[in-house]
Design a binder for this molecule. Structure first.
Ligand code: ARG
Length: 472
C-alpha cells in the first residue's frame, strides 16, 4: 500500500511507478533527508505536537535507518517513489506505526526543498575549496615564473609580451570572482523552507525558526508559496557553475595550444597526459580537452533548469523533480574537473626558453618603438605610421626590429638614438608596463601580494561555513 494510497481503488500502473519515481537519483539526498527529519521531530516535541517519548522513538529509528542505508542494509524501492517516502517506510518498519507521526505538519514539497538546500550548502563549500586549490596552483606557477616572458596575443596574433606570471594571475582573479559568487549565493541557499507544508503553511503550532536554527540556517523562507516553488538557488548555482566551467575551458584551450608542437610553451606532466592506441609518439592533453568538453553539459543543465521552471504556476509542480539530476551532475562534473586541475597545473613544465625565443622573433616590441618616438615629441598617430613603415621594411628584408642598425632606424626617424636597442628587449618591453595591473614584474608582484590577502579571506570564510555535523 502506498503512503498516499487511501483515496485510490487501484494499484498504480507499473509504468507510472517507473516514470514518476525519483529514488534512483534522489537517494543521494538520504542523509540530508534524515537530518531534516531529526530537526523536524525535535521541534514537534518542543512545540508539544507529539510526546517526548514518541519523538525519542522516532529519532532513534531515524538514526538506525541512517546507519542501515549507509551500510547498504536498507533497501530503497522504486515503488516508494522517492527518498522521502522510502525513509518514512523504513522508519515505520523500524519503529512501527508511531513512525507515521513524523510527517505531521510537513509535506514532501517543503521537505524536498529543504534537502536540496542542505545538499547544495555542503556542495558550495566543497566546490569553493576545490576552486581555491586551483587558484593556489596558478599562484605557485606565477611565483615561479616572474621572469618568464610569454608572447601575449590578441586575435591569436602576437601582440605584446607579458610575464607568464601575469597570465597565470589573470586566471587567479577570474576564479576569485567565481569563489566570491559561490560565497554570495550561499546566503540565498541558507534559508529553511521547512514548515511551508504543501504550499500554505500548516495548522499545527510549529516553530519554523527552531528547525532553522537546529539545521544551522540563517533564517527561514518568508513566504510559504515561495518556499516550495523557489528553485532560484539551483539556477544560480548552475549559472555560477557555468561561469566556472567557462573559465576552466578557456584555460584548457590555452593548455592544449601551448602543449602543441606549434607553440611548445609547456609540457603537461606524464601523470596528467594520455597516449594514443595507434600512434606511439603521441602525448595528448586529454584532461584539458575533456574539461573543455564537459562545459557543454554544465551549460545544458543551466538552460534545462531555466526551461523547466519557465511557465510553472505556483506552487509545487512535479516538473520540479527535474531539478536534481542536473544539479548533482554539475556538482560531480565540477568536482572531477577541479580536483584534477590543481595538480595538473602545479606539475606543468613551463618552457621558458621557447617562450623567450618566440618573443625575440616577432614584432611584439613595435608599440614600444612607437611609444619611444612619442617620448621624443612625435604625436602618437604619426609614430604609429612611422613604425608601420619600419615593420614593413623588416618584413621585406626578413628581419626583426632588433636586427636593424641605428642607421636603419634613422632612415625612418632622426629621433631614434642608440638607447632604442635596450628599450626593445623583451624584458624592457614587459617592465615598461609599470602601471597598476600591468605586466611589469613589480606590478605582478603586487598582484601576488593582493591575492595572498584574498586567499586568507577565502580560508576564513570556509572555516566559518564548515558545519560540524548537524546530525546530532
Ligand atoms: N520526489 C519529489 C521531487 O523530487 C518530491 C516532492 C513530491 N511532492 C509531491 N507532491 N509529489 O520533487
Amino acid at each position: 500500500m502506498k503512503l498516499w494510497g487511501g483515496r485510490f481503488t487501484k494499484q498504480t500502473n507499473q509504468l507510472v511507478d517507473e516514470y514518476t519515481a525519483s529514488i534512483h537519483f534522489d537517494k543521494k539526498l538520504v542523509q540530508y533527508d534524515i537530518q531534516g527529519s531529526l530537526a523536524h521531530v525535535e521541534m514537534l516535541k518542543v512545540c508539544g505536537i507529539i510526546s517526548g517519548e514518541d519523538a525519542a522513538t522516532i529519532a532513534e529509528g531515524l538514526k538506525s535507518v541512517a546507519i542501515k542505508v549507509e551500510h547498504g542494509e536498507a533497501e530503497l524501492l522504486e515503488e516508494h517513489e522517492d527518498i522521502h517516502m522510502n525513509v518514512e517506510k523504513l522508519l515505520i518498519e523500524e519503529v512501527g506505526p508511531v513512525g507515521g507521526k513524523l510527517h505531521t505538519g510537513r509535506s514532501r514539497n517543503d521537505q524536498v526543498a529543504l534537502d536540496m538546500r542542505l545538499y547544495l550548502r555542503d556542495a558550495l563549500v566543497e566546490i569553493s575549496e576545490l576552486l581555491m586549490d586551483v587558484q593556489k596552483s596558478l599562484y605557485k606557477q606565477a611565483q615561479n615564473n616572474l621572469d618568464t616572458v610569454l608572447p601575449g596575443y590578441t586575435h591569436l596574433q602576437r601582440a605584446q609580451p607579458v610575464l607568464f606570471a601575469h597570465h597565470m594571475m589573470a586566471y587567479v582573479f577570474m576564479f576569485q570572482r567565481d569563489v566570491d559568487r559561490l560565497f554570495d549565493s550561499y546566503k540565498r541557499v541558507n534559508k529553511s523552507p521547512l514548515g511551508a507544508g504543501a504550499l500554505a503553511g500548516t495548522t499545527f503550532p510549529i516553530d519554523r525558526h527552531l528547525v532553522a536554527e537546529k539545521l544551522h540556517f540563517d533564517g527561514i523562507c518568508e513566504n510559504s508559496l515561495d518556499a516550495v516553488s523557489d528553485r532560484d538557488f539551483v539556477v544560480e548555482f548552475l549559472s555560477n557553475a557555468s561561469l566556472i566551467s567557462m573559465h576552466l575551458s578557456r584555460l584548457c584551450e590555452e593548455l592544449v595550444q601551448w602543449s602543441s608542437a606549434e607553440f611548445n610553451f609547456i609540457e603537461l606532466d606524464d601523470a596528467f597526459s594520455t597516449g594514443s592506441s595507434m600512434m606511439p609518439q603521441k602525448k595528448n592533453p586529454d584532461v584539458a580537452e575533456l574539461v573543455r568538453g564537459k562545459t557543454g553539459r554544465v551549460y545544458g543543465h543551466l538552460i534545462g533548469m531555466l526551461t523547466t521552471l519557465k511557465g510553472l504556476p505556483l506552487a509545487y509542480n512535479k516538473d520540479m523533480q527535474e531539478d536534481k539530476e542536473g544539479m548533482f551532475d554539475t556538482v560531480e562534473t565540477l568536482r572531477g574537473a577541479l580536483a584534477l586541475f590543481a595538480p595538473m597545473i602545479e606539475t606543468m613544465h613551463v618552457k621558458k626558453e621557447t617562450m623567450y625565443q618566440a618573443v625575440s622573433k616577432d614584432f611584439s616590441n613595435a608599440t614600444d618603438l612607437a611609444d619611444y618616438l612619442v617620448g621624443k615629441g612625435m604625436p602618437f598617430r604619426e609614430s604609429h605610421a612611422v613604425v608601420g613603415q619600419v615593420v614593413l621594411h623588416c618584413i621585406e628584408h626578413d628581419k626583426f626590429l632588433l636586427d636593424l642598425s641605428i642607421e636603419d632606424f634613422q632612415e625612418f626617424s632622426e629621433l631614434v638614438e642608440v638607447d632604442i636597442f635596450e628599450i626593445l628587449s623583451p624584458e624592457a618591453v614587459v617592465n615598461a608596463r609599470d602601471v597598476a595591473g600591468g605586466t611589469a614584474k613589480v606590478r605582478v608582484e603586487e598582484q601576488l601580494k593582493m591575492v595572498e590577502r584574498l586567499f586568507e579571506k577565502n580560508r576564513e570564510w570556509i572555516i566559518s561555513h564548515t558545519d560540524s555535523g548537524i546530525l546530532n
